[in-house]
Design a protein around this ligand. Sequence first.
Ligand code: ACO
Length: 435
Amino acid sequence: MSEKSLSITNKTTEQTAAYPLLEGTLGNPTVDIRALKNDLGCFTFDPGFVSTASCKSAITYIDGDRGILLYRGYPIEQLAEQCSFLEVAYLLIHGELPNSEQLQTFHNEINGHAVLHESLRVFFDGFHYDAHPMAMMVGVVGSLSAFYHSELDVSDPEQRYICATRMIAKMPTIAAACYRHSTGAPFVYPRVDLDYCENFLNMMFSRPEKRFLEQAHAIDDTAVKALNLLFILHADHEQNASTSTVRLAGSTGANPYACIAAGIVALWGPAHGGANEAVLSMLEEIGTVDRIPQYIAKAKDKNDPFRLMGFGHRVYKNFDPRATIIRKTCHEVLAKSSNHEPLFELALALEELALKDDYFIEKKLYPNVDFYSGIIYKALNIPVDMFTVMFAIARTSGWVSHWLEMTADPSTVIGRPRQLYTGAPRRDFVPLAKR
Ligand code: ACO
């Protein structure tokens, strides 16, 4: 037993047991209560895992009270300012920043896996043109498991690494194919001469049939820069709902591509990654600055289910450092954009009013990363229903890093929570004729 411990007494039985306090590198100590059931005959009740650590992890650290986010120890502000998304993905997976040779190799590996199997492309034909792109993502990413299953040995670290890079590589190709399917445009193949974000934008917007004409698509530097930043900010966020879903599914030994599809499902909800789409819908619904007070009042009304989308966070209770970075980028992108974006002005006015309101101050509700990300995506001409897909592309680097960490950890066991049963006590069956 470690030196520090926490004693728990069951007042009913007067039994006391001591539990080790585990110390991480940073953050609160964590009580190891795995022996609680055997010692004191009870479980812990913690819906939503508000106070429960489900694993040890060395990937990302968040201090929600101080607005700190570190990837492998590096502050998000420094990475956002100086890195490419692939550098960050490499860092998350390997634990260290790459040198230029390692980065080039990683870049080549990603480019080598970016193309889709031709048989996978026909899966898109099964979807109606107006299918939500997240629905297509769930189906198509899940079906990668059918292409890479029989020969896959997840106990082999080399094969696990290939799975991880393959996932990161194929996400932009699948995402762009979802968009092009919905518009009826032909799919565009990934190009080895482009970097990750350039490739995605090219697969989304290029018009190969117009390549000899003046109006042929040119990849916009501002868009590439903004996308790179958004992907870095969304790359990982420790044990959030979607990452925990990937870990839970992965803890059973399930096919990793299917586990990532499970992560995409969890990300889709408006309380998580779907918030960026919900923010845009909310701003469009509010419409004009004079209507903001009415919506703030709705958000405060206990009898109204409406919440200010893009506000509040389970962990950040002072500010979301990603929101601070992204707010600045919003100004830059919109200053260079030819489209005047009234929704950004509306968002700023909403933020200002909410931050002065006692309800939001008392409950520590601040804009989160997704309050602004949708506005940037909109300025980049990414359709609203693709916003959460963008998040999924970026978060795949975090999901696969956690999956790799978990599968390499010999102490990993299948995730299996307990429950507080509130149903009927034991009773005898009554035959149909007697009911
Ligand atoms: N608008 C109005 N009130 C809110 C909001 C909001 N956006 N968020 C929380 N509250 C209120 C709740 O009604 C609750 O009030 P009560 O104490 O009187 O019951 C209190 O603040 C605490 O809220 P919880 O839901 O218990 O907080 P939790 O930590 O579980 O939820 C969450 C965090 C889900 C993000 C929540 O703030 C929310 O729904 N926000 C809007 C959706 C959103 O922006 N999600 C994106 C999160 S970031 C991401 O995933 C990338």
